[in-house]
Design a protein around this ligand. Structure first.
Ligand code: AAT
Length: 281
């Protein structure tokens, strides 16, 4: 008998992956957590029935959330990750030897513990001595912090459930205050393609551009997220991801990456016309 994982991408579109087994299913105080094993995508986990991370395309997301800001501001020393319980974002950050401090604030400890057990491919650097884990709501953690971080990476779920507050005006304002003068905020920015996701993309962008002098959006290809077309937001107090791009400096780090490269750094900010229109409307 064939076993299939099916996820609703819109009311009339489903996405399915054949699975070998569904081996973990628990309700945490925050969300429903499920782990599966599949032939095509290896091990993957879902939160409230939505794909978060799988072994096959996680490199796309984690390269793009990390290396774009690191190549814009190569002197980043203090970083805050909000969400990201699978550890993939932290793994990429730990590859930079000059980063001194990585705080990760994840609301759901159960996600982290399950990923350490079943997804070591992403969780394997959470024990790096520069990393401190906080199991709290990122929304609360950031309140009252002033000029503490050079980079904030919001590696969050969609704006439903515990992730909702991480798409609010109050949260983005607190992030602005928590950043240093050359600070950068990267946030999980949803997808421009299906209207149910594009609505959130637009709402998020409209808020961030009111707070940050520089506010851009960049894209990448994520096969297992709805439509495969996904975005991160790049917001900063002073640095522009294209004008201030430090190509040579980043290349001198000598990091091997599977998705990100310095051509893509500029390319990913070139948006299709329908996306530009949606963002400008
Ligand atoms: N690295 C890609 C994985 C994720 S998971 C996002 C994480 O954000 C989850 O572990 C969830 O528990 C955590 N989270 C949600 N809300 C909060 C909050 N308020 N404070 C701290 N952590 C939170 C991202 C997947 C993106 C999926 C896009 N479709």
């Amino acid at each position: 008998m064939e076993l299939w994982y099916t996820e609703k991408h819109t009311n009339t579109v489903n996405f399915s992956i054949q699975v070998k087994r569904h081996f973990y299913s628990e309700s945490s105080p925050f969300q429903q957590i499920d782990f599966f094993e599949s032939k095509e995508f290896g091990t993957f986990f879902t939160l409230d029935g939505l794909m978060m991370v799988n072994e096959k395309d996680e490199f796309v997301y984690h390269d793009m959330i990390t290396h774009v800001p690191m190549a814009t501001h190569p002197d980043i020393k203090r970083v805050l990750v909000i969400g990201g319980g699978d550890g993939g974002t932290v793994r990429e950050l730990t590859r930079y030897k000059h980063i001194e401090k990585i705080d990760m604030v994840e609301i759901d400890e159960m996600v982290v513990r399950a990923c350490q057990k079943y997804l070591p491919i992403t969780a394997n650097q959470l024990t790096d001595p520069r990393v401190t884990l906080y199991f709290e709501d990122g929304l609360k953690f950031i309140q009252g912090k002033v000029a503490e971080y050079d980079l904030i990476l919001v590696d969050s779920t969609d704006p439903i459930g515990p992730g909702e507050g991480l798409f609010s005006m109050a949260f983005y304002t607190d992030c602005f205050k928590a950043l240093t003068e050359t600070g950068i905020l990267i946030n999980q920015h949803e997808s421009p393609y299906y209207p149910n996701y594009a609505r959130e993309m637009k709402r998020s962008h409209d808020k961030i551009k009111k707070i940050f002098p520089i506010s851009k959006v960049y894209q990448f290809h994520m096969p297992t997220y709805p439509s495969g077309h996904w975005l991160f937001g790049f917001a900063s107090k002073s640095l522009d991801p294209i004008k201030d791009f430090k190509k040579e400096k980043w290349e001198a780090f000598g990091l091997e990456t599977k998705y990100y490269n310095t051509d893509l750094h500029t390319g990913c900010f070139a948006l299709p016309t329908f996306v530009k229109k949606l963002l400008e409307e």
